[in-house]
Design a protein around this ligand. Structure first.
Ligand SMILES: C[S@@+](CC[C@H](N)C(=O)[O-])C[C@H]1O[C@@H](n2cnc3c(N)ncnc32)[C@H](O)[C@@H]1O
Length: 189
């Protein structure tokens, strides 16, 4: 397993490097759908890299970060409310958030299908989901998957068509944009 609990300092200082400009542009476009002070949940937030980028696009939103690794969460920005928890058992009531973000975290979940049920449960009606992750349909995506599995990670990497089907099975309308070996998903219930 990757010892995320001890990698907070590293992710705080270098985690943003892996977010290309196209992904940040897509994130800002996604957040344009939220016009007020809606609540946004960053799942597998780590040190809050995704929330920090989102905050630069829209600082009116209420940011909530959830992650099992306290050693990552302790570096989250102070405008984010932090919670220790797993994607498969989100520590929130039903119908709580207007949007959910996942930055390079989906492939680390033990059970993405259970996690997605949880996401649907905590999202409000017409809730929205943004995912950024690595495309298993590319050479680089496959290489990262192999490396992570060697490190004992679950390695739930998706090809974009399979991910679209999975998300649709949970009731999402899905748009996926490919960015070389990475993708972003903009979805809504
Ligand atoms: C590669 S880091 C990404 C962190 C952050 N989203 C970013 O973009 O820098 C993956 C994160 O997923 C978290 N994680 C691992 N298993 C998880 C699970 N079952 N539920 C929620 N988060 C999980 C890890 O603790 C880690 O912080």
């Amino acid at each position: 397993m990757i010892p995320f609990n001890y990698l907070g300092y590293f992710f705080k200082h270098f985690g943003s490097v892996i977010y290309p400009k196209e992904v940040l542009d897509e994130l800002c476009i996604f957040l344009e759908q939220l016009k007020g002070e809606e609540s946004v949940l960053d799942v597998g937030a780590g040190t809050g890299v995704m929330s920090e980028f989102a905050h630069r696009c829209n600082s009116n939103l209420k940011y909530v970060a959830v992650d099992p690794a306290e050693g990552m969460l302790k570096y989250a920005p102070n405008y984010a409310q932090v919670h220790v928890g797993m994607a498969e058992a989100l520590p929130f009531e039903d119908d709580n958030f207007e949007a959910v973000l996942m930055g390079e975290s989906l492939h680390h979940f033990n059970d993405p299908d259970v996690a997605m049920k949880e996401v649907v449960r905590v999202l409000k009606k017409d809730g929205k989901l943004f995912i950024y992750d690595f495309d298993f349909g590319t050479f680089r995506g496959k290489a990262i998957c192999t490396m992570e599995k060697l490190l004992g990670e679950p390695g739930h990497f998706y090809e974009v068509d399979a991910l679209k089907k999975m998300l649709e099975s949970h009731g999402f309308k899905v748009e996926i944009s490919k960015h070389k070996w990475r993708y972003t998903v903009s979805a809504s219930l």
